[in-house]
Write a protein that binds this ligand. Sequence first.
Ligand SMILES: Nc1ncnc2c1ncn2[C@@H]1O[C@H](COP(=O)(O)OP(=O)(O)OP(=O)(O)O)[C@@H](O)[C@H]1O
Ligand SMILES: [Mg+2]
Length: 266
Amino acid sequence: MSTIAATVEPTATSGLVEIHNVRKSYAGVEVLSGIDLTIEPGEVVTILGPSGSGKSTLLRTINHLESVDSGSVTVDGELIGYELRGDRLHELREREILQRRTQVGIVFQSFNLFPHLTALENVTEAPIALKRLSKDDARTSALGLLDRVGLAEKASAYPRQLSGGQQQRVAIARALALKPKVLLFDEPTSALDPELVGEVLDVIRDLAQLGTTLIIVTHEIGFAREVSDRVVFLDHGVVVEQGPPSDVLVNPQNPRTREFLAKVLG
Ligand SMILES: Nc1ncnc2c1ncn2[C@@H]1O[C@H](COP(=O)(O)OP(=O)(O)OP(=O)(O)O)[C@@H](O)[C@H]1O
Ligand SMILES: [Mg+2]
């Protein structure tokens, strides 16, 4: 763990994610089988694993897009979807979940932008709807975010007028608009043409420098190696191996990690 602490941004004071014994089944089939992970403020963690191993499900439990069957997920000590009453967890009401969920942004493979809104409106929508910012302030902030992802000149473009890489960068700006403590990425470059992957990875690389906790599901092994403080390998809903990328990606100990890496690295 000392390697991890040494590489974490010293300025990051929030964004601690604690996942404790999380279990989740669909129709009697267990998809997450007791996940324990602590992700430090400002840490960059990539999650690797075969298709169906539970990577997306795990990400979705972190911002409570999925409920858990047992166990808990907290961000800076606060439960996202539940509150503790006595010794039992009760699911919060939708409104409260929405408020707490803003601490954790998520960027999907398929961008999920609002097609009828411009790039700028996609970014201002949530801060205005949640009454976090006035329209003017939301606009100023959104223009700054679009500039940060290299899209200042595309503010008035609609998603259909943007390339996949540009749409994904708008989606990242949108996720940042609520100033999340933690940002989740679920295969952010998988739907992109190869020549557009780099521009999205550049934006994520910049975020990694800024001290937001990042949890990234990706098949871009080279990128994972370069950007992560820690790599977590998931298989059949279990963390089978984790550690610094220089260990897990270079000298994997678990046979399942070895097999997976051999496949994706060709
Ligand atoms: N809403 C759902 N209802 C039923 N089964 C589901 C649901 N979501 C996921 N599953 C199942 O749970 C398992 C894990 O799915 P998950 O999407 O987390 O895998 P993954 O590791 O993200 O895979 P991939 O690399 O293909 O994205 C799969 O067997 C999947 O079919
Ligand atoms: Mg997935």
